[in-house]
Every structure is written in C-alpha cells, then in structure tokens.
Design a binder for this molecule. Structure first.
Ligand code: LLP
Length: 425
C-alpha cells in the first residue's frame, strides 16, 4: 500500500494524514477515503491505456463508491460513470459528470429509470435482454427520442473469481446469449427507430486476478464484431466492462498495464471507440474503515471485538473476503505477534473480519484500520442491529472533511412511522 505508512510519532498515516486523530475526532466506526489516492489511481489507469495508444471512454462503476465527492474527484480526472439505477444516475449527474459520459448498465431497469436516462440524454444504455430492448425502444419512441444502446453480451466465460461476483457464464443472469446477437443486431438496426445500436458491452466478473478470462472474453467480442461487420452491420463502440482485481492479500494482481495490453491486442485493431468501467481498482485502496477495540475476549480463541460490524463492511461475511488489518498506533517492533479472531458486535457468527490472523497485540481501546475498504464498503452498509450508518471522512492534500455525517439514533428511529390507529403502550 503505497499510500499507507507508519510515522514514529503519529502512527498510521494515509497520504500524509494521521488516521488516529481522525478516529478520536469523529469517533468510530468511520470510513476514510483519500481523494489523493483516487486521483493517483485514475491517472495510473489512463496512463496505462495512453501508453498503448488507446483513447478510451472511462466510466467509474458508481456501485463501488457512490459518494458525490468521490464522483466529483473522478469527474475532474476525466471520468464518466457506469450507473445501475436511477439513484446512481442522479448522483453522477449531480456530482458534475456529463450525461454523455454516462453508461447505464443493470439487469433490471424500470420504466421510470429508463425514462429518466433517456430524458437526460445519457451516453449509452447497455441492454440486457430482448424484453428490455423492446421496452427501451418503445419508451424512446414515445418520448420522440433516440437513445444510444449497446448489447451486453453474455460470452459464457468463467472469470475464475468468487462465484457470487462472476457474471459472464451462461447460467448467470446477465447479458444476451452470444449466438442470439447477430440476428437481433440486424433486426434492431433495421427496424427499431427509438434506439441507435452502436455496439457491444461485456463485463466478465469482478476481482479478476487472471489474464486468461479477460483475453478469452474480449477475443469472443472481437469475433462477434467481425461477424456483424461481415453482415454489413455497423459497430462503433465496445464497452469492456470492469473487473480488474486488487491484491487484498498480497496476491499477484495484474496492473492496469496488463489490462490495457490485453484490450489493445484483442480489440485495439478494430477501429472502435473503447470504454472501460472499473470500480474496485480505483476506489478500494483509497479507503479504510477505522474501528476501536471494545474488548479482547479470552475464550477458546482470543477474540478481538471491534465496534465495526458486518453491517458496516459486509464483504468478509458475504464473500469470505480478506481485508488487511493494521493498528493505528505504530507497533513497537520488538513485541510478539499473536493469533486472533477479529470480530464485530453483530449477533451472527458470520460477523467476522479475520480468523486466526497474526497481528501485533491489541488491547481494549486500541484503534485499527481495515484496509482496501474504499470500494463496496459504504455502499453495501446497512443498519442491521439498529446500528446507525458510520461517518465518512475525505482527506486530500492534508485537508480533511466529514463528507457523510454519522447517522444519529434519532435519525434512524425517525424512519419508522407508527400508524396513528396503533395505540402506543
Ligand atoms: N461494470 C459492470 C456491468 C459491473 O457489473 C461491475 C461490477 C463493474 C463494472 C465494476 O466491476 P469492478 O471493476 O469493481 O470489479 N460487491 C462485490 C462486487 C460486485 C461487483 C458487481 N459488478 C464485492 O464486494 O466484491
């Protein structure tokens, strides 16, 4: 983690900002996101594709991190957005992203969401099914508009990632079957007046660490483009999706340069506008979740119980995923390490952040950071166990700001409306 280091006096620092004082000032659990890291990684991705001579459409997958401040940072770096709901579309537009730089993906887009997207004149809608195509065409015709669309192809490829985040196999719910595309493409370009079919989109899976599935997936798309063109059909845009994985656990993770190389080699010669939709790679290492040790429980194992739970960061419980853990106070170098289970306060056995993890000794009151929490962290939080949403802090160039206030219990309870006809005891 090039953005993290220990300072002898201040402890763990992220991009030059000490984390412990943030935890003291704003309480725990709190998310910290670094705009500096976001910018740096956005530039890294762009540099990798520039080096290959590829001019890309960059669309940040808002589902990974939806805060408007983060979206504004990325918009300033030249990113548009990949959105999957009317809510994400509104966030992206409000944060200053240009409508024409926004792609709308998602397996279940409602008529209301599609109408909003068409009215906003967004860049492209990725179509998931024949049924959806019919609906979009009808809506656009009714609005007397023409909307740019692409067919999301299901390439029937195994992305070799966790089964809950693989998306490109035939049995997954995503995309239109590969062999149905040519006939449907022709019919759409010839008959459908509400849509301008510009090309194809594919997303193979998330947290992909191997090169082969990317290569195979894009090769299949390239074949399809050739088939369509041989048929006299026009293909001008290809959306390559997201999926580039990161080294949560020191794995051998492919750098953006490898992704760029694979795209250049498979799709680079086709004379099309290329697009990518990265989420995790940009945002995950830009964020940490700060928590405080409530107690260290000595039982069959040593349990370090922290005040963040699976309601805050659900990834370990949901995908058995591994997140690095660091104490905020610099560990004295000569202390022994110990094996502990780091667990949350939720009444579920799956509320575990780390099993039998070797960490410097932790005691009640100590502060820790859960790493790589900037993607699929805040956005997947809930208030399970009546635990309010945690605060979110942005740091940038030594400045700090609370960008999402900690929800108060009063705010949480105010969501409930008790019917007047129900007498309160
Ligand atoms: N484009 C589409 C159409 C997607 O479905 C996704 C992610 C992305 C782009 C961005 O993929 P990324 O670059 O972030 O891998 N909650 C899970 C991840 C779910 C990803 C779903 N789709 C997790 O925490 O690991």
């Amino acid at each position: 983690h090039p953005n993290l280091h220990y300072d002898n006096k201040q402890g763990l620092m992220m991009d030059g900002t000490a984390l412990a004082p943030l935890a003291e000032r704003y309480g725990t659990p709190s998310w910290v996101i670094s705009a500096d890291t976001l910018r740096q990684r956005a530039h890294n991705v762009q540099a990798a594709f520039n080096e290959r001579g590829l001019s890309m459409g960059y669309h940040f997958a808002v589902k990974a991190q939806d805060h408007q401040a983060c979206l504004s940072v990325l918009a300033q770096c030249g990113f548009g957005a990949d959105v999957v709901s009317g809510g994400e579309l509104k966030r992206a537009l409000t944060a200053g992203m240009k409508a024409r730089h926004i792609v709308f993906s998602g397996i279940g887009k409602t008529d209301d969401e599609l109408t909003y997207a068409i009215q906003q004149n967004i860049g492209q809608i990725n179509i998931e099914s024949i049924e959806e195509l019919t609906r979009i065409n009808h809506l656009a015709e009714t609005l007397q508009q023409r909307v740019r669309v692409a067919f999301r192809v299901n390439p029937d490829i195994d992305a070799q990632t966790h089964s809950k985040i693989t998306t490109g196999r035939a049995e997954d719910k995503f995309g239109i079957a590969y062999n149905l595309i040519p006939a449907l493409y022709r019919r759409t370009q010839q008959e459908m007046k509400g849509v301008e079919l510009v090309g194809l989109a594919v997303h193979l899976g998330s947290q992909m660490l191997a090169e082969a599935p990317f290569r195979k997936g894009y090769e299949r798309i390239a074949e399809l483009v050739k088939t369509l063109r041989a048929d006299g059909l026009s293909v001008t845009d290809i959306d390559c999706g997201g999926g580039l994985g990161i080294a949560y656990r020191g794995e051998d993770a492919p750098p953006p340069a490898l992704w760029a190389k694979v795209i250049a080699e498979t799709l680079g010669g086709l004379d099309v506008h290329l697009h990518i939709e990265p989420g995790r790679w940009l945002a995950a290492p830009a964020g940490v979740l700060l928590a405080r040790v409530i107690d260290v429980k000595e039982a069959a194992r040593r349990f370090v119980i922290i005040d963040a739970g699976m309601n805050d960061l659900v990834r370990p419980a949901m995908y058995d995923s591994w997140h690095g853990i660091l104490p905020l106070h610099a560990p004295p170098t000569d202390t022994l390490e110990e094996r502990v289970d780091v667990v949350g306060p939720i009444c579920e056995s799956s509320d575990i952040f780390a099993r039998q993890r070797t960490l410097p000794p932790l005691k009640k009151g100590d502060l820790i950071a859960l790493l790589d929490a900037g993607a699929y962290g805040t956005v997947m939080s809930s208030t399970y166990n009546s635990r309010p949403f945690a605060a979110q802090i942005m740091i940038s160039n030594g400045q700090e700001a609370v960008i999402r206030k900690r929800q108060t219990l009063d705010e949480l309870l105010a969501q409930d409306v008790v019917p007047s006809w129900l007498a309160r005891p």
